[in-house]
Design a protein around this ligand. Structure first.
Ligand code: NAP
Length: 257
């Protein structure tokens, strides 16, 4: 019960990583707020979790974000934890990215995360503190093929996490970042075709995709008091993908054809 009675907002919590994190938070005693573009999905998620509040939100829209925060404040009067998770995938090669796709990706994955983090930080500063976990990506640390817009947005979010950590420490707001590697969700199904999957499985020392529940476990740690002196940190949850160098393992594995 490390998060007992904490009001935990999870954006993009209707499915995938967000839902698994909300489930992990609930298992530790938190009261979840599931905020998602898919409002019906958010309601279904709350029904599955057995408690909490569902809110429809478009994180890329400032008015919608403010309305979400107002709704939470009317219901609970505080926000203790923010899992800043809503995002969209992207898989378009650099030469083909159109301005519309670029702007859409940045507006949801970077500007959207900024809008939610700022609105929640104001609440947390006024209430005397809180916990924020931004969700970036390994694609923000390495130059993955097709990850131009997506990777640039996530790299920006990782840097924003550091600035937030510097500026929000005096408000007792603890800020960190989780960077998932390849995690088995709808987003991965959309962005990863068969050859991409083979390439990931070769490049990941643990030779498999991660599960949303494995992100949930990491998020519980960062949301708990146990992580009180972990601040401005990016926790990669990636099966060793970021750490890997030479991957030739003799006959045990070969690069995908
Ligand atoms: P997912 O299965 O696609 O779920 C994302 C959720 O966010 C969906 O419910 C989606 O709603 C919602 N959403 C999308 N745009 C939104 C918006 N503008 N406002 C509010 N909600 C919105 O994705 P996931 O794989 O769980 O990814 C979650 C986070 O982890 C993302 O930030 C992603 O970039 C990051 N990540 C994922 C992976 C991976 O391998 N899966 C790796 C690294 C990082 P709709 O269903 O209506 O679109």
């Amino acid at each position: 019960m490390r998060l007992k009675d904490k009001i935990a907002l999870v954006t993009g919590g209707a499915r995938g990583i967000g839902f698994a994190v909300a489930k992990a938070f609930v298992a530790e005693g938190a009261i979840p707020v599931i905020a998602d573009l898919n409002e019906d999905g958010a309601r279904e998620a709350v029904a599955k979790l057995g408690k909490g509040l569902a809110v429809g939100v478009n994180v890329a829209d400032a008015a919608s974000v403010n309305a979400m925060v107002d709704t939470i404040m009317k219901e609970y009067g505080r926000i203790d934890i923010l899992m800043n998770n809503a995002g969209i995938g992207g898989n378009t090669p650099f030469l083909d990215i159109g301005l519309e796709e670029w702007n859409r990706t940045i507006s949801i994955n970077l500007t959207g995360a900024f809008l939610v983090a700022q609105a929640c930080s104001k609440v947390m500063a006024a209430q005397g503190g809180g916990k924020i976990i931004n969700v970036a990506s390994l694609s923000g640390q390495r130059g993955g093929h097709g990850r131009g817009a997506y990777g640039a947005a996530k790299a920006g979010l990782e840097l924003l996490t550091k600035v937030m950590a510097v500026e929000l420490a005096e408000h007792n707001i603890n800020v960190n970042n989780i960077a998932p590697g390849a995690i088995e969700t709808e987003m991965a199904k959309f962005a990863h075709d068969k050859p991409t999957r083979a390439a990931y499985n070769y490049l990941i020392p643990m030779t498999r995709y991660g599960t949303p529940e494995e992100i949930g476990d990491a998020a519980v740690f960062l949301a708990s008091d146990e992580a009180r002196y972990v601040h401005g940190h990016t926790l990669n949850v990636d099966g060793g993908f970021r750490a890997a160098g030479l991957m030739f393992r003799g006959s045990k594995a070969a690069p995908p054809a």
